[in-house]
Design a protein around this ligand. Sequence first.
Ligand code: PLP
Length: 388
Amino acid sequence: MKMESRLAQIGSLEDPATGGVSFPVYHATAFRHPRLGQSTGFDYARTKSPTRSVLESAAAELESGDAGFACSTGMAALQTIFALFAQGDHLLVSLDLYGGTFRLLEKIMSRFGVTASYVDTNDLDALESSSRPNTKAVLIETPTNPLMMVTDVEKISAWAKAKGYLVIVDNTLMTPYFQRPLEQGADIVIHSATKYLGGHNDVLAGLIVTKGEELSKEIAFLHNSIGAVLGPQDSWLLMRGMKTLALRMERHRDNALRIAAWLKEHPAVAEVYHPGLPHHPGHDVQKRQCSGDTGIFSFKMKDARTIEPILRHIRLIAFAESLGGVESLMTYPAVQTHADIPEEIRRAVGVDDRLLRFSVGIEHVDDLIADLDQAIQAAEREIGGGSR
Ligand SMILES: *Cc1c(COP(=O)(O)O)cnc(C)c1O
């Protein structure tokens, strides 16, 4: 079946007791054993829980993987994956990384002797020269945010396989609807399902999908041992959101592309970072490895003084941290999502005080452009029209 059909029908055939088309929320944490040595398949809910299991099977299938694991947040999913590594191990990680992942690696994993080098993961020479005898994995975000740097997953996976490295892809921004890294050679996909998969800015969740029996067993062991699992109510809420993923992603994509093109022509805007625009350096790779573009992009104003008034004047678009929901949100990465990344690294990749990130919702595109237009005009008036 096509992905639209699979998404709409998540859990709809799974409740034999009643035939309910929405899978029930099972709150039970303990399950009766029929007799000694027998199990219904469920023993204790941290290990396996009915509502969560339906979500996990759907996630595995959508990402073309072998096993899925639902975690309490995206960070919990990353922590569970990082527990694959041991003292002395080294990781190669995308530059312009999600701030929380950087913080987890630098402030916590470093205490356990796991180190990371931050490189442009689309640059084989840079990857090669940052490789060490103790390197164990490559962690890729593609596109990254806020700068939307694109990595060729197939190319990097082939390189990493030859070295014996694991390839982990954070697929939060694209979702399996537009990009399936396991089909392109990656071993593990992780999601902050809080974003597009949930889609309504109302549930925190993380997902892991693995390829291969051994790796799936290893992650199952860590998922159960660490215990940062997703609860039944949130599992249900996430599935409810995922049913409309296809429709939402198409609207997010269309709206974002329209607005990015409008901003590109705006005289107060210095640069627009959107892989769907032909001038973007990752445009060709993105087109080849994805079936569409995500709904988030960034743009740089010419004058940093316009940022504060723009954020104060937007009305329909909320000045808020996060992305991927039906409501449009605007973020100032330098002081919000990327505040934990040291200033020299932030500036080196281009996350400076003129950059805004826009998670475009599913509102009518004309209303979004009108809101942005009035906010930029008001900002320019306030600073005296000198921003161009
Ligand atoms: C939000 C996010 C995370 C962290 O997920 P949470 O659900 O907030 O814990 C990880 N990676 C990316 C790309 C994100 O956007």
